[in-house]
Design a protein around this ligand. Sequence first.
Ligand SMILES: NC(=O)c1ccc[n+]([C@@H]2O[C@H](COP(=O)([O-])OP(=O)(O)OC[C@H]3O[C@@H](n4cnc5c(N)ncnc54)[C@H](OP(=O)(O)O)[C@@H]3O)[C@@H](O)[C@H]2O)c1
Length: 374
Amino acid sequence: MSSQPKIYIAGHRGMVGSAIVRHLRATGLSPESLVLRTHAELDLTDQAAVRAFFATEKPEQVYLAAAKVGGIHANNTYPAEFIYQNLMIEANIIDAAFRNGVKKLLFLGSSCIYPKLAPQPMREDALLTSTLEPTNEPYAIAKIAGIKLCESYNRQYGQSHGIDYRSVMPTNLYGPGDNYHPENSHVIPALIRRFHEAKTNNAPSVAIWGTGTPRREFLYVDDMAAASVHVMNFDKATYDQHTQPMLSHINVGCGNDITIKELAEAISKTVGYQGEITFDPSKSDGTPRKLMDSSRLNALGWPKFAWKKVCFRPTGTSFRPIGNHENNNPNAHGIADATQRRIGYLGQHIERTTRTAIGCLGGKPRHGCCSSAK
Ligand SMILES: NC(=O)c1ccc[n+]([C@@H]2O[C@H](COP(=O)([O-])OP(=O)(O)OC[C@H]3O[C@@H](n4cnc5c(N)ncnc54)[C@H](OP(=O)(O)O)[C@@H]3O)[C@@H](O)[C@H]2O)c1
């Protein structure tokens, strides 16, 4: 029998789940020890199906990276789907894990759990201190419920059943497998797509919503995956020393932010767009700043991400032609139309080079041209 633990990664075809799979495989885990199910094979909102799956597979550890995810537009348009599906996925998995003897589980949340006007940088204890950003409140409430599910199962069953369920709250992520949907994507893939299309169509300018002054933090998804595995495996005594039973989640950010203007310029330059970048101040800027305080993560032995303000490295990208490749993660809403698959595929080739620019601006330690710093 294999001495490696049997690990279920929920959402393994998503951006975060696939990065966790990459990281676990790179650290020597055999394919046989990973339990993976696509959405079509197992609908995680179906309680009976989830219970049957856990009872049959009996995984020993779970990474909960399955979720209904999207940007502001998607959150505003589908609030019922965002709160219902995320609550169901979390409740079904966490309860079925407990019932089937899973001792270790890591829940993936998001920085949107914090109040709209939380003091910056945002510490873990800002949770539930004030009102949330209205546009993604249903999603945030579901994510907060996920944290509280983990904490409540730990408090009730931690000693009697030896379970240890933890939560990480990543900042904005980007990387392979991102969602390039024209309306439902996050800011980095949205800008990559817009600049790429503007270049292809020789558009004279690209207008960015808002003033360009809001500051945002970005982390490369493979760094997030590595930090997640670190948190999952950290020894319990030290973990308990740095967390509290009812305030146990851990922020994961790179510790530095950049303005939307800087981000747009970095992406435009790497994509090779020659036109003008304009800003439309009539559109909302959203929160002026969103930066995580990741000192709890650092206290748990994860090194601070390095930061180099000017480390931009244009790579003279040449894009591969659009082919008929099937992208694993076509979009956030299951609209598996051919156009979206092609954009996803194209985006992956763009982002390989764009990442260098953003990664360095964002302070990424191990995969870009920045050096690691303790
Ligand atoms: N992306 C970010 O910037 C970011 C930042 C902070 C935190 N996070 C967190 O990281 C986690 C994963 O995000 P992501 O960016 O990787 O999202 P993603 O790329 O959209 O992946 C989500 C995965 O979950 C699966 N899924 C959704 N509903 C499901 C269901 N009912 N049954 C089975 N599978 C289902 C999806 O499968 P289908 O595509 O087939 O539906 C997909 O594989 C989320 O909890 C999110 O809050 C992400």
